[in-house]
Design a protein around this ligand. Structure first.
Ligand SMILES: [Zn+2]
Length: 324
């Protein structure tokens, strides 16, 4: 049996991780590279000349306006009391885990309490989801409707339902699962997203935010998917003949993706309010899927995403935590 190039690719080994990110100085330098790839930029005046004030984290003092900033100021890591090594170990564990990692497991590996691990995990997932938002799917795209139902026993999380089963029923959060394909028909990118419903208005608005004009969409025939034409896409519906989309060979890749997502969620998220956290959990999943060919660089990619995520997101997370 042929080995999967993705599954057997060289990741980042733990010794290699320690060699690259084993000290606070190395982590700080990695963040500098991610945040200011062309050298320091003052967050206040955009000046590039600076002096250094040494402390737990270096302070960059702008020579133009005297503003002082650390490498984490102005990012979702702002004012963190955790060592940078702990953050990087979290980037590593989240990035390398094949089917995701739970906050509980993260807390054990990082040696922090569950609440700290939960907040760290959710900040990182938020940053990964934000990064995904910048991406538009294009070219040939398969799309099916799905849904997520909260389980009665919330500790067990919820249940992801494939294909038509999730549509329009009560107590289900509607999801659209699109995947773009290359010329050979293999998957490129996924943008699994919760939507407000399976109406033409909801799908039209979603398509404008997620699909590039000119894309060719193949859907499972749900009427609302015709609304992708609002976003300048062409649309072809597969007549399912009453069959579940998971039984149709045309939707092989998107069904595989949903199956993997279900496995990942079952082992990863416990007692969560899917409605509230859907965006960041689905975004985090797609971030990893969309970079699955570069497992060795995943830690660096996540560090980049975290550096680009503004602290305003943190306030939202804390509200979600207080009421979640
Ligand atoms: Zn300045």
């Amino acid at each position: 049996m042929a080995r999967s190039a993705i599954q057997f690719q060289k990741g980042l080994s733990l010794p290699e991780f320690q060699r690259l990110y084993g000290t606070e100085e190395q982590c700080e330098a990695a963040l500098e590279k991610a945040r200011w790839p062309d050298g320091f930029r003052c967050p206040r005046c955009n000046g590039h000349e600076y002096g250094l004030v040494y402390g737990r984290l270096k302070r960059y003092q702008c020579r133009n306006c005297s503003h002082q900033a650390t490498i984490t100021a102005g990012t979702i890591m702002q004012a963190t009391k955790l060592p940078l090594i702990t953050w990087f170990l979290a980037f590593y564990l989240i990035g390398q885990a094949k089917t995701g990692i739970s906050s509980l497991e993260l807390s054990r590996h990082l040696g922090v309490n569950y609440d700290t691990a939960w907040l760290l995990h959710n900040k990182i997932l938020r940053a990964m989801a934000d990064r995904e938002d910048a991406y538009l799917l294009q070219g040939k795209i398969q799309i099916v409707a799905s849904g997520f139902r909260e389980a009665v026993d919330s500790y067990l999380g919820g249940e992801l339902l494939g294909g038509k089963a999730g549509r329009g029923s009560e107590n289900k959060i509607p999801i659209v699962a699109p995947v773009s394909l290359n010329e050979a028909g293999h998957p490129l990118h996924a943008r699994i997203t919760a939507v407000s419903g399976f109406s033409s208005e909801a799908i039209g608005a979603w398509a404008r935010d997620h699909l590039a004009p000119g894309s060719q969409v193949l859907s499972d025939g749900l009427a609302c998917f015709r609304a992708v034409t609002i976003a300048g896409c062409s649309h072809e519906a597969i007549v399912t003949g009453g069959k579940h989309p998971s039984e149709l060979p045309q939707f092989r890749w998107v069904n595989t993706l949903l199956g993997n997502l279900k496995t990942s969620f079952n082992g990863t998220f416990h007692a969560f309010n899917f409605d509230k956290y859907a965006r960041r959990y689905l975004g985090g999943y797609c971030f990893r899927f969309n970079r699955r060919f570069s497992l060795a660089a995943m830690t660096e990619r996540i560090a980049n995403a975290v550096c680009c995520c503004m602290p305003s997101a943190e306030r939202g997370l804390r509200v979600a935590e207080a009421y979640g």
